[in-house]
Design a protein around this ligand. Structure first.
Ligand SMILES: Cc1cc2nc3c(=O)[nH]c(=O)nc-3n(C[C@H](O)[C@H](O)[C@H](O)COP(=O)(O)OP(=O)(O)OC[C@H]3O[C@@H](n4cnc5c(N)ncnc54)[C@H](O)[C@@H]3O)c2cc1C
Length: 129
């Protein structure tokens, strides 16, 4: 394994991406995360678009979505997750190591976790916002 090949790249920084990062970082896999920017949501994922999250264990009084995602990020960073605020535009899985192309960076990785989640379908009715 050469130094310029990442052990693990994670695409997406919602709850799934940060959970994967936390476990991988604690296992010394030195994960490299593309947080996402515009293409499929934003850094922190869907929960940064909401107010109170009341069903997450460990927060008996509830917590706001942005606060919760800041805590996820802080915890993943604490164990050494490297994060870049870019979207991924292309991944080549046809040969190893895999190639991941972001807005500005291009990296090679032995493993890739895709945790790009979803975007909510809006109804665009007047009271929605
Ligand atoms: C308004 C609203 C309120 C909600 N409230 C609750 C609640 O109270 N309780 C609850 O349990 N759930 C709630 N949810 C659902 C919850 O947000 C999702 O289940 C959860 O966010 C899914 O996590 P995820 O990590 O799979 O994906 P997401 O949160 O969707 O994160 C996806 C990530 O991938 C990134 N991404 C996508 N494409 C790319 C790309 N090409 N390159 C790089 N990055 C990319 C995005 O930027 C984002 O960071 C709510 C959802 C919404 C929209």
């Amino acid at each position: 394994m050469t130094d310029d090949v990442k052990r693990l790249v994670i695409i997406g920084s919602g709850p799934a991406g940060h959970t994967a990062a936390l476990y991988a970082a604690r296992a010394n896999l030195q994960p490299f995360m593309y947080e996402g920017y515009v293409v499929g949501g934003s850094a922190g994922g869907q929960l940064v678009t909401t107010t109170d999250v009341e069903n997450y264990p460990g927060f008996p009084e509830g917590i706001t979505g942005p606060e919760l995602m800041q805590l996820f990020r802080k915890q993943a960073a604490r164990f050494g997750t490297e994060m870049v605020g870019e979207d991924v535009h292309e991944v080549d899985f046809s040969k190893r190591p895999f190639t991941i192309k972001g807005d500005k960076t291009e990296v090679k990785a032995h493993s890739v976790i895709i945790s790009t989640g979803a975007t909510a379908k809006r109804m665009h009715v007047p009271s929605e916002e």
